[in-house]
Design a protein around this ligand. Sequence first.
Ligand SMILES: NC(=O)c1ccc[n+]([C@@H]2O[C@H](COP(=O)([O-])OP(=O)(O)OC[C@H]3O[C@@H](n4cnc5c(N)ncnc54)[C@H](O)[C@@H]3O)[C@@H](O)[C@H]2O)c1
Length: 437
Amino acid sequence: MRISIFGLGYVGAVSAACLAERGHAVTGVDPNTEKVQLINSGRSPVVEAELAELTRAAVSAQRLRATTDPLEAVLESEVTFVCVPTPSQTNGNLDFRYIERVCAEIGAALRQKRDFHVVVVRSTILPGTLKTLAIPALERASGRRAGEDFGVCHNPEFLRESTAVADFRNPPKTVIGTTDPRSGDIVQSLYEGIAGPVIRCPIEVAEMVKYADNSWHATKVTFANEVGKICKSLGVDSHAVMDIFCKDAKLNLSSYYLTPGFAFGGSCLPKDLRAITYHARSHDVSTPLLNSLMFSNREQVEQGIAMVMAARRRKVGLLGFSFKAGTDDLRESPLVEVIERLIGKGFDLRLYDRNVNIAKLTGANREYIMKSIPHIERLMVTSVEEVLDHADVIVIGNRGEEFTALAERLRPDQLVIDFVRIRQIEERHANYTGICW
Ligand SMILES: NC(=O)c1ccc[n+]([C@@H]2O[C@H](COP(=O)([O-])OP(=O)(O)OC[C@H]3O[C@@H](n4cnc5c(N)ncnc54)[C@H](O)[C@@H]3O)[C@@H](O)[C@H]2O)c1
């Protein structure tokens, strides 16, 4: 395929040489004449392992060249990659200047082009940027319609500087957000045979993935450093601790605990976080990340309460209020906090939780229920039906298995506020809202 690549920095230069290596005919575009000359003389415009050899080989095989002329590059290609910078403004927001300019240039070239063309943005952009900024800019400049006359994709780049070529050849994943299937197919074909999963998704999902990834990477570095500082204050070898930590691929380095939903709770996480942050504080060890967790968790509880209050209906039912399905443990259940706050605000509540009911009946957890939360015990009913008969607002608090089949039994006017995302209800009940989706 004939490909033009706008922006010959780290991402663009690596993409250009690697796509040329895969047999495509690549034209790089950059206003920086030095970078253009370097490529045309077979040299890499950035320092990156393997890139000098790849660039030299691609240029001498006449599969890679560079120009400062955007028009020529678009007219002579079928796909255009955008790898221009998206730096920070002083307020932290993205500086969209380069994206705007490049869209105007590519759009002006598309005005002169009859064949279908795909514009693939690789630059890191905030969700919504393509639909609200890039696509309108391309349509204005070209006088043509995205999704019909030309296609637009977001194909975020996951390379790490210093191992960028190896990462291009062996990416953790290839993500393609599309406006139309035809463009998605064209971009996917460019990566045929490449390692890792290829994931097609809505364009905003693709835009957000990179931010989730990089926020997570930053969280991991900061977390390890804070654990390290606490370990040092205790005379414990932090690397030995984190080596063992990383061996746990079931709970630690896994998808477990990574599903957006309600606040954490239970008898361990809050207690242990309090203890370790207390230790850090009392030894003058600064751990802002760990300190922020309880605060953020409380905000999630506030969010749940605010959603119930915003519904402005007094009769509320809560399905599932132990901190997770399959346990009757109510200690530090964030849902108990929600219930207590709603009682305080005068809501008319009915509560159901199968495991808590069993515990109450068999006496297992009866003492805690009767002594610590008698005000809650009085609102408990023994069936889902009783909650559905009573409530105008239904809050789903945990993944109790009997809640999945609720969709057919709900009245259309009943609002469901879901803290755990039960897909069957989300898909079938129109009056539905999730806590963070
Ligand atoms: N560097 C990385 O490791 C990395 C990894 C993943 C994603 N990203 C993202 O990719 C994007 C590019 O990053 P980078 O590090 O390659 O940037 P860079 O600053 O190294 O290179 C950008 C290039 O774009 C050129 N440019 C600016 N306006 C142009 C225009 N109108 N037409 C053609 N070229 C133009 C610049 O002259 C420069 O050579 C950013 O959004 C960045 O966040 C970077």
